[in-house]
Design a protein around this ligand. Structure first.
Ligand SMILES: Cc1cc2nc3c(=O)[nH]c(=O)nc-3n(C[C@H](O)[C@H](O)[C@H](O)COP(=O)(O)OP(=O)(O)OC[C@H]3O[C@@H](n4cnc5c(N)ncnc54)[C@H](O)[C@@H]3O)c2cc1C
Ligand code: SF4
Length: 323
């Protein structure tokens, strides 16, 4: 049995000073503690902090507190109407019960679903640096084709983060050195030689909120998730697209993918292939081809390359077809 201290944080400063592992909804962390993957000496419960609001920002965007529950964010009227891709991504994730517990900060920081990471009988560089990677020679059907290294091929499993990547969200934090704002694009790290370092957070740094920029009038967005069964399942490939059309041409496009990258994957190559082009079949397919060009498929996950391309094309069709 692993023992740990439990601390209820009374303020943001107290949470940061407590030097423990934050617990929000607990839907990732408690699972991993039961599996002996996470073994925190102290749990800092942040549920009492005033970080559960969804508010407009002065520049027309949205501020989402780190403790906003996934279901509250998904069903927020402003999110449903203006940030459709985010609402759709959240509702495609987990189950209703889990979404009622899961928080915005916790969702961003959920850990990979790589079977070998979650089973301490196997070697895993992410769990124990330098120990090896059982997935490389093992069964890697659910693993990544983009951003991989010879040390780790695990995907980041969040749907919400993929939508936020396409929406160009910014993560705001408080740590012992003060406050920081980190564009989501720079927040996640590819594994390289240090798969255990997954993001830009310093030890003990708390996510306080996420901001979404305002979107130009007429912007359309969509999240498409492809998976082994229609609900309560992680993605094999997903696409989040945010598109602004004018006269049949694409003025602005943001494309992100889930299920295929070692982090929520934004494809600037796909965006370039769409920029200023007529929204026809050829353009959409060219963007999908550009997005997956850097892919490095393995024996069991090669099917994801074509699956992801089709997810991108279909999501773009939905956002560019005229009513
Ligand atoms: C059966 C099952 C199915 C699922 N299916 C999906 C799915 O299809 N799609 C999907 O996207 N997700 C899915 N999930 C994952 C789920 O979305 C996450 O578990 C959830 O979003 C995590 O949020 P939480 O608040 O419970 O995090 P916690 O478990 O409380 O925390 C997760 C991590 O984040 C850290 N943390 C939490 N809040 C903060 C903060 N404010 N600042 C700094 N660190 C923080 C914690 O220390 C911990 O390391 C599934 C989970 C389960 C159990
Ligand atoms: S793919 Fe990454 S998480 Fe999975 S076993 Fe290898 S090192 Fe661990």
């Amino acid at each position: 049995m692993q023992t740990f201290r439990y601390i209820q944080a009374k303020s943001i400063d107290a949470a940061v000073d407590a030097s423990g592992k934050f617990i929000a909804g607990g839907t990732t962390l408690v699972d991993l503690m039961k599996l002996n993957v996470e073994k925190p000496a102290a749990l800092v419960d942040i549920n009492g902090l005033p970080l559960d609001r969804i508010e407009p920002t002065p520049d027309g965007g949205l501020k989402v507190g780190a403790l906003v529950r996934n279901s509250d964010l998904a069903w927020n009227a402003d999110v449903r109407q203006r940030y459709t891709v985010l609402s759709e991504a959240l509702l495609a994730g987990a189950s209703a019960q889990l979404r009622n517990m899961a928080t915005t900060g916790g969702n961003l920081l959920q850990r990979t679903r790589c079977y070998y990471f979650r089973d301490t009988n196997y070697k895993c560089n992410k769990r124990e640096s330098g120990s090896g990677c059982a997935a490389l020679d093992g069964f890697h059907r659910i693993h990544a084709v983009l951003g991989t290294s010879e040390h780790c091929i695990a995907t980041h499993p969040s749907d919400m983060a993929v939508a936020m990547m396409a929406l160009e969200a910014t993560v705001h934090t408080r740590g012992s050195k003060g406050e920081r704002s980190i564009p989501l694009f720079d927040f996640y790290l590819v594994p390289g030689t240090t798969p255990d370092k997954e993001n830009a957070l310093e030890p003990g740094e708390l996510i306080t909120h996420v901001t979404l920029p305002a979107l130009p009038q007429g912007t359309r967005s969509h999240y498409l998730k492809l998976r082994d069964r229609a609900s309560y399942e992680f993605d094999l490939a997903s696409a989040a697209v945010v598109v602004q059309l004018s006269g049949g041409r694409i003025q602005h496009a943001r494309v992100a993918m889930g299920g295929v990258g070692t982090k929520p994957w934004r494809s600037k190559e796909a965006e370039q292939a769409l920029q200023g082009r007529e929204a026809n079949e050829h353009t959409l397919r060219s963007a999908a081809e550009a997005a997956l060009k850097p892919a490095k498929p393995l024996r069991d996950n090669a099917f994801k390359v074509e699956l992801a391309k089709r997810a991108i094309v279909r999501a773009l069709q939905v956002t560019t077809q005229t009513a």
